[in-house]
Design a protein around this ligand. Sequence first.
Ligand code: EPU
Length: 345
Amino acid sequence: MANSVPASLRPFNTFGVEATCNELISFNDEESIQSWLKAEKPALDSLFILGGGSNLLLLGHIPLTFLQASIQVINYMEQQAGDDVLVTVGAGVNWHQLVLDSLNKGYSGLENLSLIPGNVGAAPIQNIGAYGVELKDRFVSLRAVELASGDVREFSAQDCQFGYRDSIFKRALKGRYVITQVTLRLNKHSQPHIEYGPLKQMLADETAITAKQVSDAVIAIRQSKLPDPAQLGNAGSFFKNPVVTEEQFQTLHDAFPELVAYPVGDKHYKLAAGWLIEKAGLKGYREGDAGVHDRQALVLVNYGQASGDDILRVAKRVRDKVLELFGVNLEPEVWIIGKQQIFPS
Ligand code: EPU
């Protein structure tokens, strides 16, 4: 059944900023989303689809109806042949609860993605990733309801066009589908991926590494530098790590030999935005209750009563300073939602 709740969005965004919308409607199953859409026939530009609110910066009153798919099912299906296990999960399941549940059942695959805030339904939209693994590496398919027709469509990995913190749902199909369920491929046996430096170091003395050990190590690393949104409002990395050409990289590297960067694809480099921001002297920078985290400069934080606009002001300051010093344009990773698009994304 559809269930309408008051429209304050403070409890629904991990930045913890006060914001409002016209209406927030939460659905417990796919059919109720379909019947609501078919009965109401709402204008597409009057709707916004809310996930766990962990990748959003909300600005004041947003004159839209927010829809949330709160579907809460987890179904495991061990495959007849081989070691694969498929898990089909409702969009409203908390991502980290899924990770823990699958590990408790003895299935590996999601351990590197431990403690990422947000809901399962939002995970494919930005192809969540951490410590050498991305959602796309475990993805099988998803179901989504088209807002315009109320019809259900199934998407394969190829249909989703996953990229670095990117998918078709951020581009051609932005705002056109509400994801209701996601199917992922897990494994009955542990297949550790510990190429990420600090993870390798932490597990160096272990011999047969279990998925649970990898998860515990990831949790420890995240807790050591990423603030817990329940204690300090934030939305994880605020910006994406920028990708530059080999030429730009060489110029920057000549000027700053200690630049942190990784080769990606063909003649391109991904720069650690956290390093650029720290080098620009902005780690721990604060304006009132909005600031740059003092242990991970890529994360912006709300120390208490900051508004969305306060956070945005700090974000612009960071972007401008990095552009001025390094000639590199930082693009937000979080979605900035307001009356109008203020920040390029
Ligand atoms: N660094 C600094 N100063 C800082 C932060 C980072 O110098 O304040 C340098 C360090 O050299 C560090 C390097 O940057 O070794 C990379 O930092 P880190 O390992 O913390 O990763 P990141 O590139 O800042 C990305 C993801 C995170 C993910 C981690 C681990 C993006 C935008 N962010 O951060 O994802 O947890 O890698 O895989 O790709 C998120 O998307 O919200 C998120 C937290």
